[in-house]
Design a protein around this ligand. Sequence first.
Ligand SMILES: Cc1cc2nc3c(=O)[nH]c(=O)nc-3n(C[C@H](O)[C@H](O)[C@H](O)COP(=O)(O)O)c2cc1C
Length: 329
Amino acid sequence: MGYELNFLYPKVKVENTFVFNTRLWTSKDKLIMAPMHTLTGYVFRNAFDNIFPQSIDKAITPFISLTHGNLEFSKRKYSDLLKENNTSTIEIIPQVLGNDPKGIIEVCNTVFQLGYKEINWNIGCPNQRVMKKDRGAALLKDTLRIERIISEVIEKIQIQFSIKIRLGDQSKEDIYRLIPIINQYPINNVIIHPRLAIDSYEKAVDLDSFEDVIKQINKRIVYNGDIFTKEDFSTLKLRFPQINDWMIGRGLLFNPLLPSEIKSIEYVDKKERILAFHNELIKETKSLNKFKEYWNYFAVGLSWSQEKLNLLFQTQTIEELDNLVKNNI
Ligand SMILES: Cc1cc2nc3c(=O)[nH]c(=O)nc-3n(C[C@H](O)[C@H](O)[C@H](O)COP(=O)(O)O)c2cc1C
């Protein structure tokens, strides 16, 4: 009976084998917007939820760096988190980047006072400028330092604490050394991007290591990496049915409709929605460079030619860019 029902659903390709797509998305699954510095701030999150309602359940904010100004509360530093700026229904989890326990505690306490229930600590960022200062993924090789920071921070905060990691800096031995610490402390969940920092975004995601690692971790795991199509999600869900939290970054920039496609929310007016999304963003964001960055992604999803994209990069004002988009969508 179940087998026959499966014929009602389309086939998906899984590692060179065709399997039947039994409703892989379940009501337990959650889609999480990845933090993308300078791109997924509150304007983007609000617009996303307006135009593609209920497609994203949670969002981790781009990191707040401990070195942004002094540690005291400043509206500018926390503007991305202020409740009045966050009008969407998406659950927001702020993120902190840094290696100074006192600074992290300060940010945790401020974020808690702002009304948030959870904070995420970024120890996975592979950016060279970040890593040179021993922050982000640079910490992954120094397990003892991570433990010192976690033990000091967790003892002094009221907010739930989660971490976002890669498999390691230069070697996946880093994550194996980290597992006992993750298991020992009350960490709410662990977001894993299964690559090394030295691999940045090159090389395939290492799903074999991910599979091995998650068997040994006693915390809720969030999968993150290279979900670019609904089929990518299906392949991962078939292999990791025990995972319910899925974080998407570049995939939702290339195709803002991807989260709804994964949840089988079908829109017939795809291009119109992307235009509406662009219009919402442009109402609030006046930076030409930021729009060029957004369109560097959106254009791929809309299969724009390189020629058209070059025209967009040559625009000198935001009005010019806006007109070009409206005439070409
Ligand atoms: C432009 C850009 C900015 C990013 N900023 C952050 C950040 O602020 N915090 C963070 O934890 N990860 C950051 N990341 C990493 C993403 O959150 C995510 O882990 C990565 O893109 C892999 O997921 P994906 O394959 O779905 O894109 C950034 C990635 C990109 C491309």
